[in-house]
Design a protein around this ligand. Sequence first.
Ligand code: NAD
Length: 489
Amino acid sequence: MQNQLFIDGRWVAPADGAVLPVIDPATEEVFHHIAAAGPADADAAVKAARDAFDNGPWPRLSGKERATYLRAMAKGIHDRLAELAHLETRDNGKPLPESEWDLADAAGCFDFYADLAEELDGEVEDLKLADARFVSKAVREPLGVTVAIVPWNYPLLMASWKVAPALAAGCTMILKPSETTSLTALELGVIAESAGLPKGVLNILSGKGSVVGQALVEHRQVDKIAFTGSGPVGSRIMAEGAKDIKRISLELGGKSPFVVFADSDIDKAVEWIMFGIFWNQGQVCSATSRVLVEAPLYPKLLDRLVEEAKKIRMGNGLEEGTLLGPLVNEKQYEDVLRHIDRAVEQGATVACGGKFEGFDKGFWVAPTILTDMALDSDAWVEEIFGPVVCIRPFETEEEAIRLANDSRFGLAAAVMSANDARCERVAAAFRAGIVWINCSQPTFTEAPWGGYKQSGIGRELGRWGLDNYLETKQITRLVSDEPWGWYLK
Ligand code: NAD
């Protein structure tokens, strides 16, 4: 386990020697300490990334050459998958099979962007101009020095969604993982070293968002910030970045609806509603946390969900058979319990779940189902980011669409029905960047990811993810010998 910072291809202690504890959320044991970077470390990392971009080989390599490094990093993750998954589960609490799944996806992300890096070679768009005296072409080039700030819910996967396309594009990067879960992100530095990545191309700074995150956001030598996290921090980053017109992409929160029509197969509805909100302890930005059920199915489906939610096996993520681990830390645990208490104060009914006291230590919240909440209640409106779902009935398709879209967020939405035409109609009506039909949450590296409204700006993954790290340049040539005639008549 690393306890230093990765700057300019070397492992170094933070300038002021500060550290942060690493706490296992299932046992509350402090099992490691990580370095807590400060402004001086941020400056050193930005200088290294700047130098690697301005003077180093990285942006000048062909896409094919960069792809070999990305594939080596994918292999590096694959080769250590079991060990990294174990670290991820101790750090974050999620069940081990989910960590293994995340890490396989992270490796796949590096392989995917290796392919796209190769496709960049020779990519030129000849433009048709109305004026035959000129020819013009458009080319795409790496954007520059980039910063990735990522959250704790999918530690290495969220980092990979940014590091892989940035490196594929030819950018250099400073990665700032969440202070709650930095272990696997730091191991990515070891993997980059083994892959022979040139120095300064990837720098990794563990530490507090309010300290090193803020210093990176304010740094004048940074060209772009790619952020995944909460809305308030995203808003602050956008305001700060506006001062020197930094490129900003934001992946923020959500309160995503799942509309279930009465003709749905009840077993499939149970499976996808449960996966949609209880997977990863509900700490998923796209979690379908508002479920709207067509009235004739509502009582039966609610009974089944309550029955099944009570059967979910909670435990240490390292134990076989665990389906729901602890929440990531004490703050998150207290926040989620506060949300549940407030829901009750505002008139909601807890059909099942709430605080779980089955273990002496750890941050446990049982799968929780809320009903009877008002449409303007916090439980229905605000992101809870835990295993808490709000369920309510609806009467008509129009009402379901209206309720689904009645949110300041627009990250994801899902619909289930046996009627394909209805699914397509509702999918088209959703104001959200990600729409699932007859399922909820499956995520693919090839498909664009990001939100409408206050859920963010820009898209990650797929070719859209690469676009985040490229600038477009036009090169226009005069090919006519005719006098221009503005000065020399
Ligand atoms: P957060 O906003 O508190 O922290 C995210 C990151 O920002 C962390 O690395 C943190 O250290 C850093 N940070 C905090 N303050 C900062 C500052 N002033 N300047 C710079 N960096 C700062 O969010 P979190 O609690 O880690 O994650 C949960 C949130 O992330 C939820 O709202 C969730 O919806 C969202 N999220 C969104 C997506 C998505 O793809 N849209 C994915 C995962 C999580």
